[in-house]
Design a protein around this ligand. Structure first.
Ligand code: PLP
Length: 394
């Protein structure tokens, strides 16, 4: 008999796996499905990025282990942070590549938390925030994000005895799943809070370029003193459509970067060289592709908000990210898991129940803006036809 690690008992098949199985059944029955569940970006990279990747992939010498970052890659990431946020980053000591931010999120806790140490994690949250802490054997204390506080972590509500023993806090704005962005002054408060209690900070800025309606996200590292306490992760997955190529960055505190690099040097051998070169092309090249991707997500958000509202499910437009965080229709009497299940069964429209991200997600579902405009219109029509919205459907 194979005896597995107890560590694995903490992981159950995720909601994505369960939804995928139910979706297969609907497809097998020959009924159409519009799947808004997984946030897999589907806006391809710009032609100059694809060409760089293709050229590098055709060169035999690029198939060696990368082992470390190309100097032009860390220089490009540092320059991008300078241009975009006015944040000066030392390319040699204050930045390292990641195999996507997911890699950093899964591994950073191993460098900071021993078994039993406390890690503060937002709730609801993107699942790997908690999974990374679990893998390290850390005790997770959730920091609720609730609508009454505009979905922001309430730093003042964290009990002092918890904050004093915490080694790391994970924060993410613009936020997945709630789509909330950080208001002015938030990162200053976060930095002061963490510094006063000696807590390391990880800020995940994966959606820095997907803020709608002309807004701009800032960087946690823009606050004086932030890099004394923490790191920021950023990713090329959404900004440049490079999700499958797996490349992101950790930037900021040099001791944290050095430790993360040390751990990763024992786990992976670096980002595939053609992907590093494509990232350099993306970061240094023309930036209109970023505005094009943002506009595409914004158009989908506008269309989905209008169409779903029109058929009887009032939806508020999200301020940022590639998601809509939708309150259940007011007349629906069950919880969000029942709602998502019925919606899928009756209309073929797949969304994620908010509780998949934590108990504060009850009453909401997350809709990923990963379908075409035609599919969004078809989804609204299917919801209307399902009769789920009762007489309110139109
Ligand atoms: C908040 C957040 N962080 C990180 C990631 C993972 O991004 P990457 O592709 O860089 O690993 C995602 C992906 O959906 C995300 O929503």
């Amino acid at each position: 008999m194979i005896r597995f690690a107890k560590r694995m008992d903490q992981f159950a098949p995720g909601v994505f796996t369960r939804l995928a199985a139910a979706k297969q059944e609907i497809l097998k029955a020959g009924r159409p499905v519009v799947d808004f569940s997984v946030g897999a970006p589907n806006i391809p990279p710009a032609p100059h990025v694809l060409e760089t990747l293709a050229r590098a992939a055709a060169a035999g010498e690029n198939y060696t282990y990368a082992l470390s970052d190309l100097p032009e890659l860390t220089a490009a990431a540092a320059a991008w942070y300078g241009r975009r946020f006015g944040v000066a980053i030392d390319p040699e000591t204050e930045v390292t590549s990641l195999l996507g931010s997911q890699d950093g999120l899964a591994h950073l806790c191993l460098t900071l938390a021993d078994p039993g140490d406390t890690v503060l994690v937002p709730e609801p949250c993107y699942p790997v925030f908690a999974d990374g802490a679990r893998l390290a054997g850390a005790e997770i204390v959730f920091m609720p994000q609730r609508p009454e506080n505009n979905w922001l972590i309430d730093l003042d509500a964290i009990p002092d005895r918890v904050a004093r023993r915490a080694k790391l806090m994970i924060v993410c704005y613009p936020n997945n799943p709630t789509t909330a962005a950080a208001p002015p002054g938030f990162y200053e408060k976060l930095t002061a809070f963490a510094k006063a209690r000696d807590i390391a900070v990880l800020h995940d800025n994966a959606y820095s370029e997907l803020v709608f309606d002309g807004g701009r996200a800032g960087s946690f590292l823009g606050v004086p003193g932030a890099r004394d306490v923490g790191l920021e992760f950023n990713s090329l997955s959404k900004t440049y459509g490079l999700a499958g190529a797996r490349i992101g960055f950790a930037l900021g505190n040099r001791e944290m970067i050095a430790r993360l690099k040390l751990l990763k040097s024992n786990i992976d051998f670096g980002v595939f060289l053609p992907v590093q070169k494509a990232a350099v092309a993306a970061l240094n090249g023309p930036q209109d592709c970023v505005a094009v991707a943002r506009a595409a997500y914004e158009r989908r958000r506008d269309l989905l908000t209008a169409e779903f509202s029109r058929v009887g499910w009032p939806i508020k437009p999200s301020p940022a990210t590639m998601f809509v965080w939708a309150a259940l229709p007011p007349f629906f009497r069950g919880g969000c898991e029942d709602f998502a299940e019925q919606l899928m069964r009756l209309s073929g429209v797949v969304v994620i129940p908010g509780t998949a991200f934590g108990p504060s997600g009850e009453g909401y579902v997350r809709i990923a803006l990963v379908r075409s405009e035609e599919e969004i219109i078809a989804a609204a029509a299917a919801i209307a036809e399902s009769g789920m919205l009762g007489s309110r459907g139109g």
